[in-house]
Design a protein around this ligand. Structure first.
Ligand SMILES: [Zn+2]
Length: 251
């Protein structure tokens, strides 16, 4: 994918949020509702298991969080748009399954069968397991870093409002760390367009802040402030989140 192709999931989502954020960021109550979603019959490209997926035709949310997660969407939207094979744990969007476009090289299938079984409870995957499984499959498939970053990011979105013990908190930090790492690769490899660079750089800062890495958060917010093409809403967000990170740093 080249930098001027804005079709990646991450970039599209960020484009949508420019409008959404400006309009509804003041909303007090988060809500999200699916106006329409259809079941679709899919086939696992690894082992041929029948899988049910969903095509979401329309989606409403009251706004986005500071890490660009749609508000109120963790238990519904983010779990509907991903499909998972109950036999091997292969996960992806509808287009990652047959009869859409999915064809997997034998080496990738082998990796999935060998590594997923030891890493995940494949017959009872948690939503964040499913997104991590997708991120791993994307990595082995050689998909662009921005799409891998978005899969890890969405893994953390599904952990909202979930009661977390130490192990799950650690997992959340690791998944966020992977999102950061792949966002950095995506920027380095010019998978993020120049117009989206300020948002992506801000996002790295915000993910560091959420991971309690305050020096890195402040540094990324400063990087974002130096970039051109910053929308006004982003400047406000950078200022607010940067202030929070600085306060924590001086604690
Ligand atoms: Zn399968």
């Amino acid at each position: 994918m080249t930098a001027d192709r804005l079709s990646s999931d991450l970039v599209m989502r960020v484009r949508i949020l420019i409008v959404v954020f400006a309009v509804v960021s003041a909303a007090i109550f988060a809500f999200a509702a699916l106006a329409s979603a259809e079941d679709v019959s899919l086939t696992c490209p690894v082992d041929g298991t029948a899988v049910t997926g969903h095509v979401v035709n329309e989606f409403h949310s009251s706004g986005v969080d500071t890490d660009f997660a749609y508000l109120g969407a963790s238990a519904d939207y983010y779990q509907r748009i991903i499909a998972t094979c109950g036999t091997c744990g292969y996960s992806g969007y509808v287009e990652d399954f047959a009869p859409a476009t999915a064809t997997l090289p034998d080496a990738v299938k082998k990796d999935i069968l060998r590594k997923f079984a030891s890493r995940f409870p494949v017959s009872a995957m948690k939503p964040w397991d499913r997104y991590e499984a997708m991120a791993l499959a994307y990595t082995w498939r050689g998909k662009p870093a921005d799409e891998i970053a978005n899969a890890y990011l969405r893994a953390t979105y599904t952990m909202r409002n979930v009661k977390k013990g130490d192990a799950l908190k650690k997992r959340e930090r690791e998944l966020r760390g992977e999102a950061i790492e792949h966002l950095r690769i995506a920027i380095r490899e010019a998978k993020i367009s120049l117009a989206q660079l300020p948002q992506a750089t801000y996002l790295i800062g915000e993910l560091h802040r959420r991971n309690e890495e305050y020096d890195r958060a402040v540094a990324s917010f400063q990087d974002a402030e130096r970039l051109i093409h910053r929308p006004e809403w982003l400047d406000k967000l950078i200022e607010k989140q940067s202030e929070k990170a600085r306060e924590k740093r001086s604690d």
